[in-house]
Design a protein around this ligand. Structure first.
Ligand SMILES: N[C@@H](CCC(=O)N[C@@H](CS)C(=O)NCC(=O)O)C(=O)O
Length: 211
C-alpha cells in the first residue's frame, strides 16, 4: 500500500494518525508531496490524482482513493482493530455525524480563513486543479466559524471523554487535526473552554499525535 502524504498539511495528517492508531505503519510506503513547492500541480502528480490534493491512498491492487474519508474508510474495513469508526449501527452513525461536523465546521473553516488571506495562497483560495481568487470577507467569515467551532466542541465535550462518546474515534482525529492546525495559525483556544482544553491535552498525549 502506498500513502501520498504532506507532513505539514492537516488532511493527510488525519490519515497518518489513523495509520498510527491501527499500528500498520510498517506495511505502508509513504511518499511525501511538497505542497509548498506546488508539486500537487505537476503533470506527474496529476497522473496520480487529478484533483491535485493529498492524501491519496493506493491499495495493493492499484486502486487509488483520493479523499481523507475514503482513505480512512478503506483502512477501517481492511484493519478493523482497533475500531475507529464504531461497532454498533448507532456508534457508526454518531461518529460519522461528528466527523462530518468537525470536517465542515472545523477543518474547512480554518481553511476558509487561511486560504482567503495568506499571501502565499493568492489565487489558490480553493484546493484543486483550478485557480480561484481570494475573497477577504470569506477570511473573516472563516475566523468567526473557527471561534464558533471551538465553543461548540467545548459544549459537546461537557459530558463526554471523546467527541462521539466514551471511545476515541475518527471524529476525534478530524477535530484534533482541525484544532491543532488552527492553533498553529495563532487561533487561541478560549481560556474558559475547559472541556476542550482537557480533551486537546489528552489527544496530544497519544503517540499517534506526535507524527
Ligand atoms: N476534502 C479533501 C481535502 C484534501 C485537501 O484539501 N488537501 C490539501 C492539504 S490539507 C491539499 O492537498 N492542498 C493542495 C493545495 O493546497 O493545492 C480530503 O479530505 O481529502
Amino acid at each position: 500500500m502506498k500513502f501520498f502524504d504532506c507532513s505539514t498539511a492537516p488532511s493527510p495528517r488525519q490519515v497518518r494518525i489513523f495509520i498510527a492508531e491501527k499500528g500498520i505503519n510498517d506495511i505502508i510506503e509513504t511518499v511525501e508531496v511538497n505542497l509548498r513547492d506546488g508539486e500537487q500541480l505537476t503533470d506527474s502528480f496529476r497522473k496520480i490524482n487529478p484533483y491535485c490534493t493529498v492524501p491519496v491512498l493506493e491499495t495493493d491492487d492499484g486502486t487509488r482513493v483520493y479523499s481523507t474519508a475514503g482513505c480512512c474508510r478503506y483502512l477501517e474495513e481492511a484493519y478493523p482493530e482497533p475500531c475507529l469508526m464504531g461497532k454498533t449501527n448507532e456508534e457508526k452513525a454518531i461518529i460519522a455525524d461528528m466527523q462530518w461536523r468537525a470536517e465542515i465546521d472545523g477543518l474547512l473553516a480554518v481553511g476558509e480563513a487561511l486560504r482567503n488571506s495568506a499571501p502565499g495562497l493568492k489565487d489558490r483560495a480553493l484546493t484543486g486543479p483550478d485557480n480561484y481568487s481570494q475573497i477577504p470577507d470569506l477570511a473573516e467569515r472563516g475566523r468567526k466559524r473557527v471561534e464558533r467551532f471551538f465553543s461548540t466542541m467545548d459544549q459537546i465535550l461537557q459530558n463526554k471523554t471523546y467527541i462521539a462518546g466514551s471511545d476515541f474515534s475518527y471524529a476525534d482525529i478530524t477535530a484534533y487535526c482541525a484544532i491543532s492546525f488552527a492553533t498553529r495559525l495563532k487561533f487561541d483556544l478560549p481560556d474558559n473552554a475547559m472541556n476542550l482544553h482537557r480533551w486537546f491535552e489528552s489527544i496530544n498525549e497519544r503517540a499517534s499525535s506526535k507524527i
